[in-house]
Design a binder for this molecule. Sequence first.
Ligand SMILES: Nc1ncnc2c1ncn2[C@@H]1O[C@H](COP(=O)(O)OP(=O)(O)O)[C@@H](O)[C@H]1O
Ligand SMILES: [Mg+2]
Length: 229
Amino acid sequence: MFAVKHLDVAYGHALVLHDVSFNVRKGQMAFFIGRNGAGKTTLLKTIMGLMKPRKGSITYQGKEVSGVPPEELYAQGLRYVAQEKKVFGNLTVKENIEIAAYASGEPLDRALEKMTAIYPKLTNFMKLKAGQLSGGQRQILLVGRALVGAPKLLLIDEPTQGLAAVVIEDIATILKNLKDQVSAVIVEQNLAIVKELADCVFILKEGKIAREIVEKTEIADTKGLEEYL
Ligand SMILES: Nc1ncnc2c1ncn2[C@@H]1O[C@H](COP(=O)(O)OP(=O)(O)O)[C@@H](O)[C@H]1O
Ligand SMILES: [Mg+2]
Protein backbone atom coordinates (compact mmCIF):
# COMPACT_ATOMS: atom_id res chain seq x y z
CA MET A 1 0.00 0.00 0.00
CA PHE A 2 2.99 2.21 0.49
CA ALA A 3 6.37 2.30 -1.20
CA VAL A 4 9.39 4.56 -1.19
CA LYS A 5 11.88 4.17 -4.01
CA HIS A 6 15.38 5.59 -4.40
CA LEU A 7 14.60 8.56 -2.21
CA ASP A 8 17.22 11.30 -1.83
CA VAL A 9 16.48 14.21 0.50
CA ALA A 10 18.72 17.18 1.26
CA TYR A 11 18.83 20.31 3.40
CA GLY A 12 20.43 22.76 1.02
CA HIS A 13 23.56 21.01 -0.20
CA ALA A 14 23.62 18.49 2.62
CA LEU A 15 22.18 15.21 1.42
CA VAL A 16 20.68 13.46 4.46
CA LEU A 17 18.81 10.56 2.86
CA HIS A 18 20.48 8.54 0.13
CA ASP A 19 18.71 6.06 -2.06
CA VAL A 20 16.17 4.97 0.55
CA SER A 21 13.75 2.30 -0.64
CA PHE A 22 11.23 0.26 1.34
CA ASN A 23 7.66 -1.04 1.25
CA VAL A 24 4.91 -1.27 3.81
CA ARG A 25 2.06 -3.65 3.15
CA LYS A 26 -1.49 -3.00 4.28
CA GLY A 27 -1.87 -3.49 8.02
CA GLN A 28 1.86 -3.70 8.64
CA MET A 29 3.81 -1.81 11.25
CA ALA A 30 7.24 -0.90 9.93
CA PHE A 31 9.80 0.37 12.41
CA PHE A 32 12.85 2.51 11.72
CA ILE A 33 15.73 2.57 14.11
CA GLY A 34 19.00 4.45 13.90
CA ARG A 35 21.24 6.91 15.71
CA ASN A 36 20.57 10.57 16.21
CA GLY A 37 21.07 12.38 12.96
CA ALA A 38 20.58 9.25 10.84
CA GLY A 39 17.69 10.91 9.00
CA LYS A 40 14.68 9.23 10.59
CA THR A 41 12.71 12.43 11.21
CA THR A 42 13.60 13.73 7.76
CA LEU A 43 12.19 10.55 6.26
CA LEU A 44 8.83 10.91 8.02
CA LYS A 45 8.63 14.63 7.17
CA THR A 46 9.29 13.85 3.54
CA ILE A 47 6.60 11.16 3.46
CA MET A 48 4.13 13.65 4.96
CA GLY A 49 4.91 16.18 2.25
CA LEU A 50 6.71 18.60 4.58
CA MET A 51 9.94 18.28 2.61
CA LYS A 52 10.43 17.80 -1.07
CA PRO A 53 12.65 14.92 -2.11
CA ARG A 54 15.48 15.66 -4.46
CA LYS A 55 15.00 12.32 -6.19
CA GLY A 56 12.91 9.21 -5.96
CA SER A 57 9.28 8.33 -5.59
CA ILE A 58 6.74 7.83 -2.84
CA THR A 59 3.65 5.87 -3.75
CA TYR A 60 0.62 5.53 -1.55
CA GLN A 61 -2.35 3.38 -2.52
CA GLY A 62 -0.86 3.03 -5.97
CA LYS A 63 -0.44 6.74 -6.65
CA GLU A 64 2.64 8.93 -6.72
CA VAL A 65 2.39 11.36 -3.80
CA SER A 66 5.74 13.11 -3.63
CA GLY A 67 4.99 16.81 -3.99
CA VAL A 68 1.42 16.41 -2.71
CA PRO A 69 0.82 18.92 0.13
CA PRO A 70 0.38 17.65 3.71
CA GLU A 71 -3.27 18.69 4.02
CA GLU A 72 -4.13 16.69 0.93
CA LEU A 73 -2.23 13.68 2.31
CA TYR A 74 -4.11 14.11 5.59
CA ALA A 75 -7.38 13.98 3.68
CA GLN A 76 -6.17 10.76 2.05
CA GLY A 77 -5.57 9.13 5.44
CA LEU A 78 -1.94 9.92 6.23
CA ARG A 79 -1.26 11.03 9.80
CA TYR A 80 2.00 12.40 11.15
CA VAL A 81 2.80 12.49 14.85
CA ALA A 82 5.93 14.61 15.12
CA GLN A 83 8.85 14.01 17.43
CA GLU A 84 8.14 17.26 19.29
CA LYS A 85 5.04 16.66 21.35
CA LYS A 86 3.24 19.78 20.25
CA VAL A 87 -0.33 20.17 21.35
CA PHE A 88 -2.45 23.32 21.47
CA GLY A 89 -1.42 24.02 25.06
CA ASN A 90 -3.94 26.78 25.74
CA LEU A 91 -6.85 24.71 24.53
CA THR A 92 -8.45 21.90 26.48
CA VAL A 93 -7.87 18.27 25.62
CA LYS A 94 -11.39 18.15 24.20
CA GLU A 95 -10.78 21.21 22.05
CA ASN A 96 -7.58 19.64 20.73
CA ILE A 97 -9.65 16.65 19.61
CA GLU A 98 -12.32 18.97 18.22
CA ILE A 99 -9.77 20.49 15.86
CA ALA A 100 -8.93 17.07 14.47
CA ALA A 101 -12.63 16.22 14.21
CA TYR A 102 -13.18 19.41 12.24
CA ALA A 103 -10.14 18.86 10.03
CA SER A 104 -11.08 15.29 9.23
CA GLY A 105 -14.84 15.74 8.99
CA GLU A 106 -15.51 13.14 11.68
CA PRO A 107 -18.32 14.00 14.12
CA LEU A 108 -16.91 15.13 17.47
CA ASP A 109 -18.67 12.49 19.55
CA ARG A 110 -17.22 9.74 17.36
CA ALA A 111 -13.76 11.27 17.66
CA LEU A 112 -14.11 11.45 21.44
CA GLU A 113 -15.34 7.87 21.59
CA LYS A 114 -12.32 6.68 19.64
CA MET A 115 -10.07 8.58 21.93
CA THR A 116 -11.51 7.16 25.12
CA ALA A 117 -11.57 3.68 23.59
CA ILE A 118 -7.81 3.75 23.13
CA TYR A 119 -7.18 5.32 26.51
CA PRO A 120 -10.12 5.48 28.92
CA LYS A 121 -8.19 7.55 31.47
CA LEU A 122 -8.21 10.47 29.07
CA THR A 123 -11.91 10.98 29.86
CA ASN A 124 -10.81 12.50 33.16
CA PHE A 125 -8.67 15.07 31.40
CA MET A 126 -11.05 16.41 28.76
CA LYS A 127 -11.47 19.80 30.44
CA LEU A 128 -7.82 20.22 31.32
CA LYS A 129 -5.65 22.51 29.22
CA ALA A 130 -3.50 20.29 27.02
CA GLY A 131 -0.46 22.26 28.20
CA GLN A 132 -1.01 20.85 31.68
CA LEU A 133 -0.75 17.23 30.60
CA SER A 134 2.32 15.18 31.42
CA GLY A 135 4.61 14.23 28.54
CA GLY A 136 3.05 10.78 28.38
CA GLN A 137 -0.53 12.03 28.38
CA ARG A 138 0.38 14.52 25.71
CA GLN A 139 1.84 11.79 23.53
CA ILE A 140 -1.30 9.71 23.99
CA LEU A 141 -3.41 12.72 23.02
CA LEU A 142 -1.30 13.17 19.90
CA VAL A 143 -1.60 9.53 18.89
CA GLY A 144 -5.33 9.64 19.64
CA ARG A 145 -5.74 12.79 17.60
CA ALA A 146 -4.04 11.05 14.68
CA LEU A 147 -6.72 8.35 14.81
CA VAL A 148 -9.54 10.82 14.24
CA GLY A 149 -11.07 10.61 10.78
CA ALA A 150 -10.10 7.62 8.70
CA PRO A 151 -6.37 7.13 9.15
CA LYS A 152 -4.79 4.60 6.84
CA LEU A 153 -1.09 5.20 7.37
CA LEU A 154 0.31 6.53 10.63
CA LEU A 155 3.77 8.09 10.73
CA ILE A 156 4.91 8.33 14.34
CA ASP A 157 8.26 9.76 15.37
CA GLU A 158 9.71 8.35 18.62
CA PRO A 159 6.46 7.94 20.56
CA THR A 160 8.12 6.77 23.78
CA GLN A 161 11.16 9.07 23.82
CA GLY A 162 11.80 10.58 27.24
CA LEU A 163 8.76 9.01 28.87
CA ALA A 164 8.42 7.10 32.13
CA ALA A 165 8.23 3.30 31.97
CA VAL A 166 4.55 3.09 32.96
CA VAL A 167 3.47 5.42 30.16
CA ILE A 168 5.71 3.60 27.70
CA GLU A 169 3.68 0.50 28.49
CA ASP A 170 0.44 2.38 27.89
CA ILE A 171 1.71 3.59 24.54
CA ALA A 172 2.90 0.11 23.59
CA THR A 173 -0.58 -1.21 24.41
CA ILE A 174 -2.23 1.48 22.31
CA LEU A 175 0.03 0.67 19.37
CA LYS A 176 -0.59 -3.04 19.81
CA ASN A 177 -4.35 -2.45 19.69
CA LEU A 178 -3.92 -0.55 16.44
CA LYS A 179 -2.16 -3.44 14.79
CA ASP A 180 -3.90 -4.77 11.70
CA GLN A 181 -6.32 -1.81 11.69
CA VAL A 182 -3.95 0.70 10.15
CA SER A 183 -0.55 0.63 8.53
CA ALA A 184 2.25 2.50 10.24
CA VAL A 185 5.80 3.70 9.91
CA ILE A 186 7.18 4.24 13.39
CA VAL A 187 10.55 5.55 14.48
CA GLU A 188 11.40 3.95 17.81
CA GLN A 189 14.59 3.42 19.77
CA ASN A 190 13.03 1.17 22.39
CA LEU A 191 14.00 -2.25 21.05
CA ALA A 192 11.61 -4.13 23.33
CA ILE A 193 8.71 -2.33 21.64
CA VAL A 194 10.22 -2.82 18.20
CA LYS A 195 10.66 -6.53 18.77
CA GLU A 196 7.16 -6.91 20.12
CA LEU A 197 5.29 -4.96 17.47
CA ALA A 198 7.28 -4.76 14.26
CA ASP A 199 6.31 -6.60 11.12
CA CYS A 200 9.48 -5.29 9.52
CA VAL A 201 12.46 -3.29 10.74
CA PHE A 202 14.66 -0.92 8.76
CA ILE A 203 17.92 0.36 10.15
CA LEU A 204 18.88 3.78 8.98
CA LYS A 205 22.54 4.64 9.20
CA GLU A 206 23.89 7.94 7.91
CA GLY A 207 20.90 8.37 5.64
CA LYS A 208 20.96 4.90 4.12
CA ILE A 209 19.13 1.72 4.90
CA ALA A 210 21.98 -0.32 6.38
CA ARG A 211 19.93 -3.38 7.16
CA GLU A 212 16.37 -4.58 6.81
CA ILE A 213 14.55 -7.43 8.45
CA VAL A 214 11.33 -7.98 6.60
CA GLU A 215 10.18 -11.24 8.15
CA LYS A 216 8.28 -10.85 11.38
CA THR A 217 9.45 -14.23 12.58
CA GLU A 218 13.08 -13.13 12.36
CA ILE A 219 12.69 -9.90 14.27
CA ALA A 220 12.42 -11.25 17.80
CA ASP A 221 15.52 -13.40 17.26
CA THR A 222 17.60 -10.72 15.65
CA LYS A 223 20.71 -9.95 17.66
CA GLY A 224 22.92 -6.94 17.49
CA LEU A 225 20.33 -4.25 16.81
CA GLU A 226 21.73 -2.29 19.78
CA GLU A 227 24.79 -1.39 17.78
CA TYR A 228 22.68 0.81 15.53
CA LEU A 229 21.26 2.96 18.33
N1 LIG B 1 16.30 21.96 9.39
C1 LIG B 1 17.48 21.40 9.13
N2 LIG B 1 18.44 22.06 8.43
C2 LIG B 1 19.63 21.49 8.14
N3 LIG B 1 19.98 20.25 8.53
C3 LIG B 1 19.08 19.54 9.23
C4 LIG B 1 17.79 20.07 9.57
N4 LIG B 1 17.11 19.13 10.26
C5 LIG B 1 17.93 18.07 10.35
N5 LIG B 1 19.11 18.32 9.74
C6 LIG B 1 20.25 17.38 9.61
O1 LIG B 1 19.80 16.24 8.88
C7 LIG B 1 20.34 15.05 9.45
C8 LIG B 1 19.21 14.12 9.79
O2 LIG B 1 18.40 14.69 10.84
P1 LIG B 1 17.10 13.99 11.38
O3 LIG B 1 16.28 13.57 10.24
O4 LIG B 1 16.51 14.88 12.38
O5 LIG B 1 17.72 12.68 12.08
P2 LIG B 1 17.12 11.71 13.20
O6 LIG B 1 15.66 11.94 13.29
O7 LIG B 1 17.48 10.34 12.72
O8 LIG B 1 17.83 12.05 14.46
C9 LIG B 1 21.20 15.48 10.64
O9 LIG B 1 22.51 15.55 10.22
C10 LIG B 1 20.66 16.84 10.98
O10 LIG B 1 21.68 17.65 11.54
MG1 LIG C 1 14.47 12.44 14.86
